[in-house]
Design a protein around this ligand. Structure first.
Ligand SMILES: *[C@@H]1O[C@H](CO)[C@@H](O)[C@H](O)[C@H]1NC(C)=O
Ligand SMILES: *[C@@H]1O[C@H](CO)[C@@H](O)[C@H](O)[C@H]1NC(C)=O
Ligand SMILES: *[C@@H]1O[C@H](CO)[C@@H](O)[C@H](O)[C@H]1NC(C)=O
Ligand SMILES: *[C@@H]1O[C@H](CO)[C@@H](O)[C@H](O)[C@H]1NC(C)=O
Ligand SMILES: *[C@@H]1O[C@H](CO)[C@@H](O)[C@H](O)[C@H]1NC(C)=O
Ligand SMILES: *[C@@H]1O[C@H](CO)[C@@H](O)[C@H](O)[C@H]1NC(C)=O
Length: 395
């Protein structure tokens, strides 16, 4: 019971911040499809690190988190500041006390990795666990896969994060989003000195939101909002139902262990999940692209929507709404993106075309931390930090 109250407190604390941007912001511009945004300044590239999967889990992240300790402290300070408005510091006492209990229930190697990060940074284990849990529920995004006229696939995503997490009235920014940009990194996960897969991560997160297995497949995850959603899954987990899999852990398992597009698709479609999600999966061959829509707590619910099904033939796009429904008027990032894709046309399908698309509002907005661009057949991955200066959509 205590644990549930504790969780309810976190949820209320984190979601009760400012719907104010709606009132406060100037009206966002009507999006004109960007052109010539690629390549951006090289100062917007993110640092690269190797994660050696042959090391024991406790040691895998040590170098990365030690060198980026300050960024992590800043992120936690931003979150702490937000919760202090209501809880005067008491919330983090609870987090430090109870979250470590969750770590002990996580499957191998995730609990061990989180413990290693806590040990290397001196950040209490509960707080490391908290921001690992975060991405399970607060990630709004755009993911898109396009195929050029020669059948080559390009997969790109914007990662938008920090909705309701502290609007800064002076700067017109989201506090948590600002704290996240400095800790975006590109990771090369290796076994026996060879790349197994590559991903884009926030330092301290052990799951996967964006990744690519060279020559085989690429994967991004977009949040699926649902009343019967992630919060309930987390509560069930706390109550001892460990039959589900955390979204970010499933994606990591897929990257590590799936050996083909087909195997990856099957794992993503049939593993019982703790939270609902959209998985956007691309392969290495013409037509291999799909959006897998998942519910919580079932392994027979998956809706697999392929590029061919979508009726668009050369592209498939997902934001944060079911493809068979219209997006809500207050958050329609799908219609403007499709408009820009049609304007681009298949003959211009490319990394630079996708970067233009994802630099166009509202797919680019105040929550956008980075754009990742992937081309599986030549093992190409590029990540750029994104900023959106006023006037800009708050989300
Ligand atoms: C947190 O609040 C303190 C005091 O109000 C302030 O000095 C500090 O800059 C804030 N930190 C962040 C990351 O917002
Ligand atoms: C914690 O880190 C120290 C080195 O900083 C290391 O000696 C120790 O074994 C680590 N403990 C665990 C549990 O990983
Ligand atoms: C707000 O913007 C100013 C000027 O650009 C900058 O110095 C300051 O760090 C920003 N504050 C936050 C909390 O991002
Ligand atoms: C991948 O499979 C190996 C062997 O079955 C297992 O040891 C490893 O933990 C798996 N990876 C993940 C992330 O579950
Ligand atoms: C599309 O490609 C053609 C050349 O193939 C180029 O002239 C044109 O500017 C491109 N359009 C866009 C919107 O990128
Ligand atoms: C992926 O595509 C490239 C180029 O089209 C090709 O050379 C390579 O063999 C493909 N890889 C696999 C595993 O099919």
């Amino acid at each position: 019971m205590e644990k549930i109250l504790f969780l309810a407190v976190i949820i209320i604390a984190l979601t009760s911040f400012s719907f104010m941007p709606i009132v406060e912001s100037q009206l966002p511009p009507t999006g004109k499809c960007k052109n010539g945004a690629y390549p951006p300044e090289s100062s917007r590239k993110v640092p690269k690190y190797v994660i050696n999967l042959d090391l024991p889990p406790e040691q895998r992240w040590t170098k990365l988190v030690t060198e980026n300790k300050q960024g992590l402290y800043n992120l936690l300070a931003a979150i702490r500041n937000l919760t202090n408005v209501i809880f005067h510091g008491k919330l983090f006492i609870l987090i430090d006390k109870y979250m470590p209990l969750i770590v002990n229930t996580l499957p191998y190697p995730f609990g061990e990795e989180i413990a290693g990060i806590a040990n290397a940074t001196g950040i209490p284990m509960g707080e490391v666990a908290l921001f690992n849990l975060f991405y399970e529920i607060f990630t709004v995004c755009t993911s898109v896969i396009v195929e050029d006229t020669s059948g080559v696939l390009y997969h790109a995503r914007n990662l938008d994060f920090g909705l309701f997490l502290g609007w800064d009235f002076m700067n017109h920014t989201w506090l948590v989003t600002e704290a996240l940009r400095p800790i975006v990194v590109e990771l090369d996960y290796q076994r026996q000195g060879k790349t197994l897969f590559r991903g884009v991560n926030f330092v301290g997160y052990v799951g996967i939101l964006t990744a690519m297995k060279p020559n085989l497949f690429s994967l991004t995850m977009d949040e699926r909002f649902n009343l019967n959603g992630g919060f309930i899954g987390i509560i069930e987990w706390l109550l001892g139902d460990h039959s589900t899999t955390w979204m970010g852990f499933l994606t990591r398992q897929v990257m590590e262990n799936a050996t083909s597009y087909t195997v990856a698709q099957k794992m993503l479609a049939t593993t019982k999940l703790l939270a609902p999600a959209y998985f956007i999966l691309g392969g290495n061959k013409s037509g291999e692209a799909c959006v897998i829509t998942r519910d919580r707590g079932s392994n027979t619910d998956a809706d697999i929507w392929t590029m061919a099904d979508s009726g668009n033939e050369w592209f498939i796009l997902e934001t944060n709404y079911d493809h068979w429904k219209k997006p809500p008027f207050f958050d329609d990032r799908r219609t403007p993106a499709i408009k820009c894709l049609n304007q681009m046309g298949q003959k211009n399908a490319s990394v630079s075309g996708l970067f233009n698309l994802l630099s166009t509002q509202p797919n680019l907005n105040k929550l956008t931390t980075y754009t990742a661009l992937m081309q599986v057949n030549i093992n190409k991955m590029e990540t750029y930090l994104q900023y959106c200066s006023d006037p800009c959509w708050p989300w």
